[in-house]
Design a protein around this ligand. Structure first.
Ligand SMILES: *Cc1c(COP(=O)(O)O)cnc(C)c1O
Length: 220
């Protein structure tokens, strides 16, 4: 059962320019409906099959965020309705999203996932790989995708200094890339960082999108 109390508290304290993405993975659709009834519209899922299933069953004005690692062969299932893809981590994946989106005459919004944590189990591009990707001419040929910013996951640690530094560095990269590549593009504005355990630091360091699961919905 979702915590209505935490939800209301969080919404009251959030700066107005920070979007809360309620991460509902593994949770039943009834849980989503409860938060929906309280006004929540942005929900995030990390598995394509689950995302598609819930999208069919739940109100059509929900904005669905694909937050997890995405396989190219599954892209076609979410492209018809997805609001934002948070975890693009290769040009090949982006190419596939663009291809599927062009078939539907859609423009799909996405973020590049940047590897900021010390664990090497987490997906994402390094800073160098991001710059390299953005410099390749190919990216500008994609007409059916639109880059809206960056996403990252901090190291899962109690070391606050480290988590803050990782968020700080991601924000700096975001600003640098915006200036260099997207200065005129007002849609390049999202910095998706902050989860249940570290969202307060993420807000301090300039997050515009929190992805919160367990604190809202309870343990998985
Ligand atoms: C599960 C998940 C979250 C939410 O994690 P919590 O710790 O439950 O808040 C955020 N981002 C991604 C990519 C996830 O897979």
């Amino acid at each position: 059962m979702p915590s209505a109390e935490f939800f209301k508290q969080l919404k009251q304290t959030l700066p107005t320019d920070v979007t809360l993405v309620a991460v509902s993975k593994t949770k039943p659709k009834e849980d989503i409906s409860e938060l929906y009834a309280l006004g929540q519209r942005d929900f995030g899922e990390n598995k394509v099959q689950e995302l598609v299933k819930k999208q069919v069953q739940l109100p059509k004005d929900i904005r669905w965020h694909a937050i997890g690692h995405l396989q190219r062969n599954k892209v076609k299932y979410i492209v018809p309705f997805v609001h934002l893809i948070h975890a693009v981590d290769s040009l090949r994946l982006l190419k596939e999203i663009d291809k599927q989106a062009s078939k539907l005459n859609r423009v799909v919004d996405y973020l590049f996932q940047i590897h900021i944590a010390q664990e090497d189990t987490k997906f994402g591009l390094s800073k160098e790989e991001l710059i390299e990707t953005l410099t390749q001419e190919e990216t500008s040929q994609f007409k059916n995708t639109r880059i809206c910013g960056l996403m990252g996951m901090a190291t899962n640690t109690d070391n606050e200094v480290q988590v803050k530094k990782e968020f700080y560095d991601l924000k700096a990269l975001f600003e640098g890339v915006k200036k260099e590549f997207f200065a005129e593009m007002d849609y390049f504005k999202e910095l998706s960082m902050g989860m249940s355990g570290d969202y307060e630091f993420a807000i301090e360091e300039g997050s515009t999108m929190l992805r919160i699961g367990s604190k809202l919905f309870g343990k998985r």
